[in-house]
Design a protein around this ligand. Structure first.
Ligand SMILES: *Cc1c(COP(=O)(O)O)cnc(C)c1O
Length: 454
C-alpha cells in the first residue's frame, strides 16, 4: 500500500505491517483483539494512584447521600436511595449468543444499567457520583456540613441556594449530559451541558425541562468537551466534569464492582479460577468501562476478564491500546469516520488516562457493526422483552467470539480457560436505553419490524 500519511511519525504502512489486524480495523470490519499486555495481578498494583480503599470510599460517599437521593429521586426510594440495577439471567437470548449445551459458554447474565434510576444509563453511576462529590466538597469547604451530617439536608432550601452560586459544566454526546444535568439541576447548581452535534433532540429537551442550560455544538464529542472545559476554566466556583480524565467519575463507576460481587453471591454464582467471570463493556471514551474494569479487577483479580466493545467505525480505545498511542491517536488517522447509531460510543479519541492505567488489565476489545447492533436490539426485545439503546448491545457478541473466533480460542488456551469455559459466567453490561422515548426506540428498528412493537 502506498500512502504518505504518518501517524506518530511513522508511515501508516509501517503500522499495518507491525499490527496486521489494523487492516481489518481500518476497513471497519468486526474484529476481536486480545491484548498481549494483559498481565497477572500477582506482585503489582493496578494503579499506584487508586486502589480498593478509594473504591470503598466512593461506596461510603454514595451511602451518605442515600437519604438525600431517596428523597429527591423517588425511583431510588425502593432501594433506599442506592442507585443500583438488576442482574438478570438471559434465558431465551442466551442460545442466540452461544450459551447452553455441550462445549458452549456457561451462564449469561445481563446487567441492566439501562434501567438505573435517575438517568437510565451507566452514567447514573459516574455522573451522579461526581455531582454529589462536588456538592459535598463545596459544602464541606464552606462549613455547611461535616461528613457526619444528615445529607438529606441537601434537599433543603439553604443548601440549594448555596449551590446555586456554583456552576457545573460537561461535554457529552448525551447520556453523561443527562446524568450531570438532571442531578446537578436537582441539587441547585447552575448547569451547562455542551452537547455534540449527534446528540438526540429528546435528551436536549429533557435537560432543558429539568433546568439545565444546553449549549449545542455542530462538532463531535471531542469538540463539545473542549468547549465545556474552556468555559469552566479559571472560575473557582465552577466545576468541569472531565469525561476524559476524571478520577471521580472513574471511582463512581468502579463502585459497581462491590455491588456486583454481592449480587452474584446472592444468586449463588461462584467466581474463581474454575469459574471465570467474563464481562463485556460498551466503550466510548473509556471512562465507564475503564472504571468498571478497574473495580472488577480490584475485586475479582485475575478471575475477571474484561472485554471492551466498540462500533466498527469508532474503535478509539482499540486503536489507542493496540498502537500504545492512547489519546494521541484518533480513528480518523486510520480513515474511519466515527459515524454510528450508537450515540454514547461515537468517540474518535480515547481517554489517555484510562488506556495507560488499564493497559495490563483490559483483556481485549471487540468491534461490532451498526447492523449487528440493530439485529441484537430487535432480538432482545422480541425474546426477552428488554428494550435497550444500540450502544448497550455492543458487548453481546463477546461470548460467541471467545468460543469461535481464532483470537478468542487462543485467549482461552493461553490463559488456561478452555476447561473451565462451560463453567464461566458472562456479564453483558447493558449501558443504556431505559429513558429512550418509545417512538425514538422504534426508530432503531428496521421499518418492517416496527409494527410488532407498536
Ligand atoms: C457513555 C456510554 C457508554 C460508554 O462510556 P464511556 O465512558 O464513554 O466509555 C456506553 N454505553 C452508553 C449507553 C453510554 O451512554
Amino acid at each position: 500500500m502506498t500512502t504518505t500519511k504518518e501517524i506518530a511519525g511513522r508511515p501508516i504502512g509501517e503500522w499495518l505491517e507491525r499490527l496486521p489486524l489494523l487492516r481489518k480495523v481500518r476497513s471497519a470490519e468486526e474484529v476481536l483483539w486480545t491484548s498481549p499486555a494483559l498481565a497477572p495481578l500477582a506482585g503489582r498494583v493496578i494503579s499506584p494512584e487508586l486502589g480498593l480503599a478509594d473504591i470503598e470510599d466512593a461506596g461510603r460517599r454514595l451511602a451518605r447521600f442515600a437519604p438525600y437521593l431517596a428523597r429527591v429521586f423517588p425511583d431510588t426510594a425502593p432501594g433506599g436511595g442506592i442507585i443500583e440495577s438488576p442482574l438478570r439471567p438471559l434465558d431465551r437470548m442466551a442460545g442466540v449468543l452461544g450459551a447452553g449445551g455441550p462445549g458452549k459458554a456457561g451462564r449469561i447474565l445481563l446487567k441492566l444499567d439501562s434501567h438505573l434510576p435517575v438517568s437510565g444509563s451507566v452514567k447514573a453511576r459516574g455522573g451522579v457520583y461526581e455531582v454529589l462529590k462536588t456538592a459535598e466538597d463545596f459544602a464541606l469547604a464552606a462549613g455547611l456540613i461535616t461528613p457526619d451530617s444528615d445529607y438529606a439536608k441537601f434537599a433543603g432550601d439553604e443548601m440549594r441556594a448555596f449551590l446555586s452560586g456554583h456552576g457545573l459544566a460537561v461535554g457529552s454526546t448525551g447520556n453523561l449530559g443527562l446524568s450531570i444535568g438532571i442531578t446537578g439541576a436537582m441539587m441547585g447548581f447552575r448547569v451547562r451541558v455542551h452537547m455534540s452535534g449527534d446528540a438526540r433532540q429528546w435528551k436536549k429537551d429533557l435537560l432543558r425541562a429539568k433546568g439545565a442550560v444546553v449549549v449545542e455544538h455542530a462538532g463531535d464529542y471531542g469538540l463539545a468537551v473542549a468547549a465545556g472545559r474552556r468555559e469552566s476554566e479559571g472560575d473557582p466556583k465552577s466545576h468541569f466534569v472531565d469525561d476524559e480524565n476524571s478520577r471521580t467519575l472513574f471511582l463512581g463507576y468502579a463502585a459497581a464492582a462491590l455491588r456486583l460481587r454481592d449480587q452474584l453471591e446472592k444468586m449463588n454464582v461462584r467466581v474463581g479460577p474454575r469459574n471465570p467471570l467474563f464481562v463485556y463493556l460498551p466503550c466510548g471514551v473509556g471512562g465507564a468501562p475503564g472504571g468498571l474494569t478497574f473495580g472488577l479487577r480490584t475485586v475479582f483479580g485475575d478471575d475477571a476478564h474484561c472485554f471492551l466493545a466498540e462500533p466498527t467505525r469508532s474503535p478509539c480505545m482499540l486503536l489507542g491500546l493496540m498502537t500504545g498511542l492512547h489519546s494521541a491517536v484518533s480513528v480518523s488517522d486510520f480513515g474511519l469516520d466515527n459515524k454510528t447509531e450508537a450515540d454514547g460510543l461515537a468517540v474518535a479519541r480515547p481517554s489517555g488516562f484510562v488506556g495507560r492505567t488499564l493497559a495490563r488489565d483490559i483483556a481485549g476489545v471487540l468491534t461490532v457493526s451498526d447492523e449487528r447492533l440493530k439485529n441484537l436490539l430487535t432480538q432482545l426485545a422480541r425474546l426477552e422483552n428488554i428494550r435497550l439503546e444500540p450502544s448497550a448491545l455492543a458487548g453481546f457478541p463477546g461470548p460467541r467470539l471467545l468460543a469461535e473466533d481464532p483470537a478468542g480460542k487462543a485467549y482461552l488456551e493461553k490463559h488456561g480457560l478452555t476447561e473451565s469455559w462451560p463453567d464461566a459466567t458472562h456479564v453483558l453490561w447493558a449501558t443504556g436505553g431505559g429513558m429512550v422515548p418509545h417512538d425514538v426506540w422504534l426508530g432503531f428498528l428496521d421499518p418492517a419490524d416496527r409494527a410488532e412493537f407498536q
